[in-house]
Design a protein around this ligand. Structure first.
Ligand code: GDP
Ligand code: MG
Length: 163
């Protein structure tokens, strides 16, 4: 069985775009209709000359509310809990938010190995972006742009090193 990497983060940070960049498919976006991407979505990243790993794109985690958002949150938690590595995805343009704080709180309880990945950083000054997330206490923070495929190869190297 392939090791499993879970993409976790609040809605709209770019999880599905990253999923596509890692798995080089458009599946995650094709199904990006409300109620359709609520389920977990699996793919495989096969980097040339390196070991393959599975990726799961989770729905955004939208707090503790009931209904669809609650079900989505439970799916995402279940995905994170079965993963070998969690990528906690945040938005470098919007900066750290209260919802990011909440997600990190339960991710710590899940106690899976976790990497902080700052997306949407194209054209931004990387020290300023990192400073905003420094309080989360990650030893390393990876800056990427999923939409522009910047930092994806470095991210894949870091993932493989930790699996
Ligand atoms: P998800 O809800 O976390 O799955 O986020 P999506 O992958 O659906 O992306 C949400 C929005 O952010 C879409 O409009 C994407 O085009 C945009 N987006 C994703 N990655 C990037 C990026 O690297 N830079 C910028 N500027 N926008 C991005
Ligand atoms: Mg999505």
């Amino acid at each position: 069985m392939l090791p499993l990497v879970a993409l976790v983060g609040r809605p709209n940070v770019g999880k599905s775009t990253l999923f596509n960049a890692l798995t080089r498919t458009r599946d995650a976006l094709v199904h990006d209709e409300p109620g359709v991407t609520r389920d977990r979505h699996y793919g495989v990243c096969r980097p040339e000359g390196q070991r393959a790993f599975a990726v799961v794109d989770t729905g955004g985690i939208a707090g503790e509310d009931e209904g669809l958002a609650g079900a989505t949150a439970r799916q995402a938690r279940a995905a994170a809990e079965e993963a070998d590595l969690v990528l906690f995805i945040v938005d470098g343009r919007e900066g750290a938010s209260a919802l990011d704080d909440d997600i990190l709180r339960w991710l710590r309880k899940a106690s899976r190995p976790t990497m902080l990945v700052i997306n949407k950083t194209e054209g931004l000054e990387s020290n300023a972006v990192r400073a905003d997330f420094a309080r989360y206490g990650f030893a390393e923070m990876l800056s990427i742009s999923s939409a522009h495929r910047q930092g994806i190869d470095d991210l894949i190297d870091e993932i493989i090193e930790k699996l």
